[in-house]
Ligand binder design. Sequence first.
Ligand code: PHE
Length: 447
Amino acid sequence: MVEAASSSAGRERFGSRMGFVMAAVGSAVGLGNMWRFSYVTAQGGGAAFVIMYLAMTFLIGVPMMLTEFAVGRRARMGAIGAMREAGGVAWVPAGFMFVITASLILSYLSVITGWTIRYAIDAVVFGFSPDPGARYEQVATGVPAIGFHLAAMAATTAIVIAGVRKGIERVSFVLMPVLFLLLVGLAVWAATLPGARDGYDFYLRPSLGAVANLSVLQQAASQAFFSLSVGMGIMLTYASYLAPEENMSREAVIISLADFTVAFVAGLVVFPVIFALGLSEQIDESTMGTLFISVPGAFHAMGGIGRLVGFAFFLTLLVAALTSAVSLLEVPTAALMDAWKVSRRTATLVAGAVIALLGIPAAVSQNALALVDKLAGELLVVAGVLAMALMVGWVMRHPEDELMVGASRRFRGVVRLAMFMVRYIIPPFIALMLWVSIRDVFGMVGR
Ligand code: PHE
């Protein structure tokens, strides 16, 4: 097979509009929608947080996704080259930052992906443990955790080597509908649990006390970026494989809506399960553990049916995690292909190997994982969003023109509104969020 060159002439393309949407949804929908969404929602106080998160998704997430689409499609290059093309050499460091952020996030996302493989195996082979806390300790630490992390990286690397159309697009096209069906099935099942009501109450009934807090708002904003996969060059890189006439603002709205819907439905699964089993005290005390202790605990308590449903649950997580991991790996891969003029295979193997090594600390230590999540998943992502808003809003030449291509009348309004947000509202808002985030990270290190 002839490797596609990284120059725009021979550049790979998505095979269809739906293929692109599925790949972007595949990136957006991931552990963030289930694992991370459920724990930040729990910490943020339930329903009030969900509303803030919804607002952040559309007011800031959609415009930011559009900035990445504009830069990527115009330049038809990976993150570093595209930032140079759109903003000049001064913005090359921002491109590097995207590559680093994506690599760091993948390094620990892959570790968690490894956990999901392990729990899926538990469901089938051994049954869920009667002591889910102890089981979680085993799963999340030690040499086997490294092994499962490496297995997850290997699968991710294999898909990315297969390329945009034959790997990323094809895998997303099959797996995204599967994921959604599994998730809806699980939500229906969760509704039948005794005590599901309390879960819905916590999740869906706003309690005003929880709102007025900058840290919570910052959590909602960074969860929206994390969940939409903006702020680290992914959407930029994917858009570089787009046809020139695509209506990108419509796609951005569809992708964001799908992402929110999946997170919301995931909450309809996780919270009833947790409350049905009286595990609600565990929610905020163990951030990571919400999904990996409480939920397997619930499945154990259900006996045989629990194994079946549990397998479906962890399979859903695995699918979600894998398509996100693929999009993260594509960022360094595309950048390496541009910079070194190497084949896709070489670029992917180099990036995959480096990230596999980077993930080892997170595989053996919970604290390392939490710290990298905080640093990359919040701080660097927020910094990336700020850089992108400033560059596209104030430096790039006529970003509107790029976004208006293919936009129907209705979506021209979306583009104008989005660019207004990008220029005037988002930078000061994000600067504030960044400050809050830095304050929180230092608080965490100092503790
Ligand atoms: N957006 C994905 C999710 O919600 C996770 C992710 C984060 C993917 C960052 C890529 C980049 O889980």
